[in-house]
Ligand binder design. Structure first.
Ligand SMILES: CCCCCCCCCCCCC/C=C/C(=O)SCCNC(=O)CCNC(=O)[C@H](O)C(C)(C)COP(=O)(O)OP(=O)(O)OC[C@H]1O[C@@H](n2cnc3c(N)ncnc32)[C@H](O)[C@@H]1OP(=O)(O)O
Length: 719
């Protein structure tokens, strides 16, 4: 709803009232429509100020309403009526003006923002376009190039950037509402025509056509199959080339094609999933709302390799004092130089001073006496990590939280090496840790709810999307990756090339196919993991066949490449060829194709054409199948957790919602049928055997994804 009050004699104040973000629900739209009508018809009102309750102007259209039939006044006529009114309307923007919230502000004749406010048109991140006139008014206010940037990326801008761009008229660090009221009085009686954005001409680059063509090309490349960014460019083109009313028609048509699309549903599911994972729970019944986080005043990072450096940077950027520890002076100096330059570079990008004073580099574990939390990021080796945890346990305060950044090792074993195992949790960051948004918070059977709450809270402070997961090999993300990667190499044995597999995955929407990723991160990473699991190297039982391990199919191809020194980009060759060690541009490698042929003939394998469909079904459905097992095992609380991990940590295209959402979108019976088909064709690959949860869901009539937790609960209650 909206509250109408009269203040300062002649000013009507309309306050949007819909906690927590004053979204434009039907009731709010009705309230605004009524209040504006009242203000315009009251002869004693000279000007209007529009604001939001509780320091938040407006978070946009009510996304929850998108799934229901629309009721109440339309957003577009409401906005048009404000702009066309004969009294000046001033938007007093505090907190956020996003999406429909900014479009509402653009209809006002003046905009005043608090310096901490954030503004933007993020509809593209929900699979939509700003269709309440945003695509038509913003280019008329700030010009086509700047508007195109904001609309196609959906990025939020600070009030100061908004002022520079010309989106707002004033930025203040005073009381925004008071200033807006003073301002409204000062402009009352001035002509309104020049302030109506719909009547302006947008400022365009001289070579508009080639500018828009170039923009479309870039947007298509970046979009990876998402349709909303493309529609954004089309809508801005309409603003640049058509009169306002025709542009609005185009905007409406484009929105109509997106509004009910599968992609919009997927992206809106991602939005709500990201919020759902914040309400974490553990099988013990501990939850986000019954477990209290401890404050972290000072933290430490042990081990300053790539991960440790990124984690240290992340902590410093969040304003947390850090002790950064390496074992030897030489390594410490190298790390110090690297961390300092990242901090300087990042600060420069943000136009701020680097907070170098917050980090203390040390080789002395005694410097950890004062810290509240330690994140261990040493080499991925259980014996070494156990040793570190034993030492931490004796050096740190007894109530210090001890976290490990392991990407797959058993958190419980590390906890067992300490005096307070309940204070041990995993904090699995993703490289580069100061950039990647995902954090898996891993609880072992002995981790206390306080430790989990503290790690989740810290993740939030670092700006991460944190997901609480149970302890198993690879946790959620890497555990699901294993069958996916296995399928990709089995496909090579059967006749595919790395190029074919990667192309299929990239056309699906991944930024990089599995083999490009492997070359980028280094083939030796997986080699080491496989050695640790006894799948290759000295741990393999003598006489075991090259293509069978632990009773199931195994593909030694990645091990063979590693033995040849083909470790990926860093050695200049891996699954692809690079112009030099460290080169980035992947080229097809005839050597590899010959090698694959020889390998097949050596092992009596018949190559057959592998279709794009088979690549996708085998790689993705085996990954999804593992996701169902993870739910069944209680390692993830719900499908939203898995999907958030994949979208934020593994490049799963957001317009496809995440692997579990994708399974629902494809249809669970289809996924089941395909897995049954492939597992019959490949009985030596147990990962292709459909999980019992998938079977149960299909038997239960394939309920929508938000009902899966209920089915999982019945599985757990029967165990
Ligand atoms: C054939 C049919 C044709 C149909 C054609 C239809 C035409 C219709 C025309 C309509 C045109 C509409 C054009 C406008 C579209 C939009 O405005 S879409 C929304 C754009 N806005 C956003 O994307 C902002 C989303 N929100 C955020 O980014 C953040 O929430 C925040 C505002 C920055 C606040 O962040 P934070 O403080 O961290 O809080 P959160 O935890 O994120 O959120 C708190 C709770 O608020 C809920 N919420 C947030 N925004 C919205 C929203 N816009 N609508 C509904 N709910 C929202 C969020 O879910 C949280 O809820 P809980 O999880 O329950 O706590």
């Amino acid at each position: 709803m909206a509250r109408y009050t009269r203040i300062a004699g002649s000013i009507a104040l309309i306050t949007l009232k819909n906690p927590p973000v004053n979204a434009l629900s039907a009731a709010v739209r009705q309230g605004i429509t009524d209040s504006v009508g009242r203000a315009l018809s009251d002869p004693e009102v000279e000007a209007v100020v529009l604001c939001g309750e509780d320091g938040k102007f407006c978070g946009g259209a009510d996304i929850k309403e998108f799934a229901r039939p629309m009721t109440g006044p339309g957003l577009v006529p409401m906005i048009d009526a404000i702009e066309a009114g004969e009294k000046p309307v001033v938007a007093a923007i505090e907190g956020v003006a996003l999406g429909g919230g900014l479009e509402l502000a653009l209809a006002c004749h003046y905009r005043i923002a608090h310096y901490k406010a954030r503004l933007g048109l993020p509809e593209v991140t929900l699979g939509l376009i700003p269709a309440a006139g945003g695509t038509q008014r913003l280019p008329r206010l700030i010009g086509v190039p700047a508007a195109l940037d904001l609309i196609t990326t959906g990025r939020h801008v600070s009030a100061h950037e908004a002022l520079k761009l010309g989106i707002v008229d004033r930025v203040t660090d005073r009381n925004t509402l008071e200033l807006a009221v003073e301002f409204a009085k000062s402009v009352s009686g001035q002509p309104l025509a020049p302030r109506r954005l719909s009547t302006r001409q947008p400022s365009c680059p001289t070579d508009l056509d080639s500018f828009l063509e170039g923009a479309m090309l870039r947007v298509r490349q970046r979009a990876r199959g998402a349709i909303a960014p493309v529609a954004c460019v089309q809508a801005v083109r309409a603003a640049a080339t058509l009169p306002f009313s025709q542009g609005m028609e185009q905007e409406k048509e484009l929105m109509a094609s997106l509004f009910t699309s599968a992609q919009a549903r997927a992206m809106q599911y991602c939005f709500f999933s990201q919020r759902t994972v914040g309400r974490w729970s553990m099988p013990s019944g501990a939850r986000w709302d019954n477990s209290k986080a401890q404050p972290i005043h000072k933290a430490a990072v042990i081990g300053l390799g790539t991960m440790g450096r990124g984690i240290a940077v992340s902590l410093v950027q969040a304003g947390i004092p850090v002790v950064a520890v390496e074992m030897e002076t030489k390594q410490l100096e190298v790390a110090k130089h690297a961390v300092t330059s990242i901090l300087e570079r990042e600060a420069q990008k943000r136009g701020k001073e680097p907070k170098l004073g917050l980090i203390h580099f040390s080789i002395d574990l005694q410097d950890l006496r004062e810290v509240d939390l330690v994140i261990e990021a040493v080499f991925e080796d259980m014996a070494l990590k156990k040793q570190v945890f034993r030492e931490l346990s004796s050096v740190c305060r007894p109530n210090a939280f001890l976290c490990t950044n392991t990407s797959s090792l058993d958190v419980n074993q590390l906890a067992a090496a300490t005096r307070m195992p309940e204070l041990v949790v995993g904090m699995h960051f993703f490289a580069p840790a100061h950039v990647m948004k995902l954090l898996e918070v891993v609880y072992g059977p002995r981790s206390s709810p306080v430790a989990v709450a503290t790690a989740m809270q810290l993740g939030k402070r670092l700006g991460k999307v944190s997901v609480a997961v149970g302890n198993c090999h690879g946790f959620v993300g890497n555990r699901m990756l294993m069958p996916y990667m296995e399928q990709s190499v089995f496909l090579l044995e059967e006749g595919a090339t790395p190029e074919q597999v990667d192309q299929a995955l990239e056309e699906f929407g991944f930024p990089m196919g599995v083999f490009r990723v492997s070359d980028l991160s280094g083939l030796d990473v997986g080699w080491k993991v496989r050695k640790g699991l006894g799948l290759t190297g000295p741990g393999v039982a003598p006489g075991e066949s090259a293509r069978i391990r632990q009773g199931r199919r195994y593909c030694p191809l990645p091990d063979l490449l590693c033995k040849q020194g083909r470790l990926g980009q860093k050695t200049g060759k891996g699954w692809y060829l690079y112009d030099k060690p460290g080169g980035r541009v992947a080229k097809s490698d005839p050597w590899l194709h010959n090698f694959l042929e020889e390998y097949r003939s050596q092992h009596g394998l018949q190559a057959h054409p592998v279709s794009q469909q088979e690549v996708l079904e085998r790689c993705l459905y085996s990954l999804i199948n593992e996701g169902f097992r993870i739910l069944e095992d209680g390692i993830a609380a719900g499908p939203e957790d898995i999907d958030t991990i994949y979208v934020f940590g593994y490049g799963w295209p957001p317009h496809r919602g995440g692997p579990m959402f994708h399974a629902g979108a494809v249809g669970l019976p289809t996924v089941l049928e395909k897995l049954e088909h492939y597992s019959q064709a490949h009985p030596d690959i147990p990962q292709l055997q459909p999980s019992s949860l998938l079977r149960r869901l299909v038997t239960a009539g394939s309920p929508p994804i938000h009902k899966w937790r209920e089915v999982v609960k019945t599985v757990h209650s029967q165990l």
